[in-house]
Design a protein around this ligand. Structure first.
Ligand code: MRU
Length: 342
């Protein structure tokens, strides 16, 4: 089951609506760019690699929908769609990369209108297939770091639902389990949108991988008590200096360092941004209401009038990271960004 794919019969981007998990497994179809943007903004689709593929399919969709009968006209529509999609979420670099990849393929190979439409769609489909294959490689590379009996802490969801399939951090765990190792996962709840308790716990349960949910603030004590052997997380962007990932990741890295616990990051090279420095990467601020209200009944959680700072991501300095796992291998400190992407 893929998290996101192209629906040929309907000319639509089909994806699991992750806002409904774990209560309901439902696929939705985005048939225009407004629906694609809404799905990204409201986290129906989320996680850096899945966002990249969604960006790619979104631009391919705009090519299919274009009413222009010239190559230039279709490319113009694709650029407009790409701009709108890129604006939805700023931190994960994969989103912009997915958009740009399809645009570039269309511009380079689209000699006529039929080719522009076809090349765009083929490029997006290739990207989805590649993502699934890359995650298998990340899993294989990272599984060597995991020992039989490990209790592994993870934060947010860097699983198959954050990608097309298999996952990055959870891909490593899946591969280790496939190798016959017995592993228990501690999934941090990951406030405020609970990608850990809702999504990570759900997908590991589907695979019958032992998982227990903890509150985000339990991690330090459980490290001190010797319960946690390893931490493994995904990434939204890796720069020269830092790993950007779900808010709370930095805290876990400091705690892991304090308790001499390995802290691993698993991510595809498409998440590596060799151009940016800290301060140049925008950390997404999510709407106040995600914290202001709680639960389906929208009960008040923060008094009206009290200001809220709802950061979606933080950055973890390289010195807190024990290794980065990519499809190219495992990279230990000193982690040089150039080596990650070679
Ligand atoms: O806000 P989200 O749910 O998109 O945040 C996702 C994460 O922080 C993931 O850890 C990251 O994208 C890596 S996914 C393989």
């Amino acid at each position: 089951m893929r998290t996101i794919e192209w629906d040929d019969s309907d000319s639509a981007v089909k994806m699991i609506d992750q806002t409904l998990l774990p209560g309901e497994l439902k696929f939705i179809k985005c048939r225009n760019i407004a629906e694609v943007c809404e799905a990204i903004q409201s986290l129906r689709i989320r996680g850096a690699p899945a966002l990249g593929v969604c960006g790619a399919f979104g631009v391919a969709l705009s090519a299919q929908l274009s009413r222009s009968n010239t190559v230039e006209g279709i490319i113009k529509d694709m650029n407009a769609a790409g701009d709108a999609i890129k604006k939805t979420r700023p931190t994960a670099i994969n989103l912009a990369r997915g958009v740009d990849r399809v645009l570039q393929a269309a511009e380079e190979g689209g000699l006529d209108t039929w080719l522009v439409k076809n090349i765009s769609l083929e490029e997006a489909k290739n990207m989805a297939d590649e993502d699934a294959a890359i995650n298998r490689k990340i899993g294989k590379n990272g599984a060597k770091l995991i020992r039989d009996g490990d209790v592994v802490l993870t934060h947010c969801n860097a699983g198959s639902l954050a990608c097309v399939d298999w996952g990055t951090a959870l891909g490593v765990i899946r591969s280790a389990v496939a190798d016959g190792k017995k592993i228990t996962v501690l999934a941090c709840e990951t406030r405020p949108l609970n990608q850990g308790s809702r999504i990570t716990a759900w997908e590991l349960q589907q695979d019958k991988i032992p998982v227990q949910v903890i509150t985000d603030s339990s991690a330090g004590f459980l490290m001190k008590e010797g319960v946690i052997n390893k931490v493994i997380v995904g990434a939204d962007r890796i720069t020269q200096e830092s790993v950007y990932n779900k808010i709370g990741t930095y805290t876990h890295s400091v705690l892991a360092k304090e308790h001499n616990i390995p802290f691993y990051v698993a991510a595809p090279t498409s998440t590596v941004d060799a151009e940016s420095w800290d301060g140049q990467v925008q950390i997404e601020k999510r709407p106040d209401d995600e914290l202001r209200y709680i639960g389906a009944g929208k009960e008040l959680n923060v008094p009206i009038g009290v200001p809220i700072l709802n950061l979606a991501f933080d950055r973890t300095p390289m010195e807190n990271i024990s290794a980065i796992i990519t499809e190219n291998g495992v990279f230990y400190p000193p982690i040089l960004i150039g080596e990650l992407i070679l």
